[in-house]
Design a protein around this ligand. Structure first.
Ligand code: 0O2
Length: 229
């Protein structure tokens, strides 16, 4: 990102974001960014609640919970900025809202793969949810072995005097996928490792991705046997 931090570029970026740099322009910028981030937090709450309701209703009928954990996050300002620059998009709050679909993220971790698809179907059937984009890295894992089901959905939030449609990235994965992704994420940010160690570790992670996929299949088979007994 070094080429984007030169003072003259910073000035351009700041001019874009905060207009003429007057106190009023600063106030406007902070008000609009706080407002947008608050809307994303509300959208996260809506999606989390939908999954908690599905988990509750499923457990009533099937006597087990399909969801192990739900984690949520708002993308950090630095990551938002870097993504806008990387995609050559305007550095404005409007641009964030119109172009970045992963500012609000909800991750749903399940024990079994078929619960992932069941929960995704149940969410997408709800009449206030619109599917914007789906990436199935379980059917089509990434080259490094990454697996998860990603959905970009639009959900309404109801504010004092208006209804606003917000985009949320939903990641659904198993406990095994989560275990793998957390370790791989750590490797990606360990800049001090030598290229040789990184190559060796990446290869071992690919093997682990395969093993975790076999584990997911075996665990689901065993659960099916138990449930059908
Ligand atoms: P963070 O900190 O989790 O937010 P697009 O948005 O479509 O232009 P992008 O962003 O590559 O393209 O989308 P994609 O492929 O759907 O991946 C987005 C998120 O999925 C990432 O967010 C990660 O959380 C997760 N992810 C995707 N690929 C990998 C991977 O190979 N390893 C791991 N560990 N996670 C992955 P961020 O923004 O990278 O980070």
């Amino acid at each position: 990102m070094d080429n984007h931090t030169a003072p003259e570029i910073q000035r351009d970026v700041l001019a874009n974001i905060i207009g003429d740099g007057s106190p009023q322009a600063f106030r406007n910028f902070f008000a609009s960014s706080s407002d947008l981030m608050s809307c994303y937090r509300c959208a996260i709450m809506e999606i989390e609640t939908k999954f908690r309701v599905l988990d509750e209703r499923f457990s009533l009928v099937h006597d087990r919970n399909p969801i192990d954990t739900i984690q949520s996050r708002l993308k950090k300002p630095q990551s938002i900025y870097e993504k806008l620059v990387r995609k050559n998009l305007p550095i404005t709050m409007e641009s964030v809202e119109n172009n970045l679909f992963d500012v609000a993220g909800v991750r749903v971790v399940c024990s079994f793969v078929d619960d992932i698809y069941m929960l995704a179907d149940c969410l997408l059937q709800q009449d206030d949810i619109t599917l914007i984009k789906k990436k199935d890295y379980i059917q089509h894992p990434k080259e490094n072995g990454y697996r998860s089901l990603h959905l970009i959905v639009e959900v309404p939030i109801f504010l004092q005097n208006e209804k606003k449609l917000m985009k949320v990235e939903v990641q659904l994965r198993t406990i095994a996928m989560e275990f793998w992704a957390n370790l791989e994420h750590q490797l990606r940010y360990k800049k001090e490792l030598s290229p040789q160690i990184i190559a060796q570790t990446s290869a071992r992670l690919q093997e682990c991705a395969h093993l975790s996929s076999v584990l997911d299949t075996q665990m689901q088979d065993i659960r099916d046997i138990i449930e059908n007994a």
